[in-house]
Design a protein around this ligand. Sequence first.
Ligand code: SF4
Length: 411
Amino acid sequence: MQQTPKGLRLQIALLGRVNAGKSSFLNLVTGQSIAITSDIPGTTTDVVEKAQELLPIGPVLWLDTAGFGDKTELSAKRLEKTKKVLDRADVAVLVCEGDKIGAIERKVIDLAEQKKTPLIVVFNKADIHKIKNPEGAIVVNSLDKSSRDRVLTELKAALIRLCPEESLNPPAILGDLAPAHGTVVMIVPIDYEAPKGRIILPQVQAIRDCLDHNQAVMVVKENDYQSVLKNFKKQPDLVVCDSQVVHQMVEQTPPGIKCTTFSILMARLKGDLAKLVEGAEAIWQLVDGDRVLIAESCTHHAIDDDIGRVKIPRLLLEKTGRQLIIDHVSGCEFPGGLAKYNLVIQCGGCMQNRKEILSRINQCKAAGVPITNYGVCLSALNGVLERVLGPFPEVLKMYRKENNGKRTTKN
Ligand code: SF4
């Protein structure tokens, strides 16, 4: 892996009316010609992503959206796309033609407010428009390359001022769950589902996080775990496994050792662990004919024993004993019509950022549908949820209170 993954980059949506010069602005700040620019309104029709290192902020991802406000049939669709982009953007930049804040710009400002997305305003084409009141905005002629340093300085200052702390400095993945100089064991199955020649993103990120926190990491396959554990003179501070072997990890890990799964770590990092644990309770309330949505955030090619397509549905039917209708959706867009579901099971979202997962949780909340994620769901179905919540005392307390200490699986 040579680049910071998308989910770890600060995501900046670039918005504005058709031909306001969004793409030219992007060319200026990135110092490249990566977006198509044209004098013909509406040339850009889809979101164009561009990664950039923007020090001292760090890795960012620009989301150059299609402009809206023209009279074409596509305009309404573009506005819809813009709304979706705000579900994942940590911050938005609104590019205006001169200092014109018309109905279109107000619409964007309202949308950003609704989605709780901080907004930076850019008055573009300053060479041809007289900017009367530049207060709070970045004033620029995007075609003037000599202004790049000044514009970048102003942009970075605005990003630092407006972005939430957690967007600029994401919290630890697991480094806070073990002491400095402690030891973390990671159980990583290498079966035919594992990608060739590498391990998957959440595992890579977890190893890096341990190193950032001065912890030692031992990575083992599930078949070697027990013998490796016996050889430890001092027991490890934390064990983390792939959700698919959670049952085995819990069976083989002495009660005094904290253990959890990569997917639960991701639920805490990117979403709301308490909410996703609460959502898992709905598994046991399902009745015949209920509908469950399994949401994958990317379009990876599913193989024979795919976790979302095969393993979770199989376990869900087996452990609940219900006849359920199970739908799947994949890709970065969450479907509408959530109210018809009785439960949503979201993947670990390793390709997504926290804003996007939180937005999915909020959409479910608005539709009155419980939501959980793969790791929490698999641990619940395996009857080990209480044990793997051990490293998170607050959530464990809530879980015990809600369950009255009675149930970790269906009786
Ligand atoms: S389906 Fe979700 S967890 Fe799996 S690879 Fe895609 S984004 Fe990551």
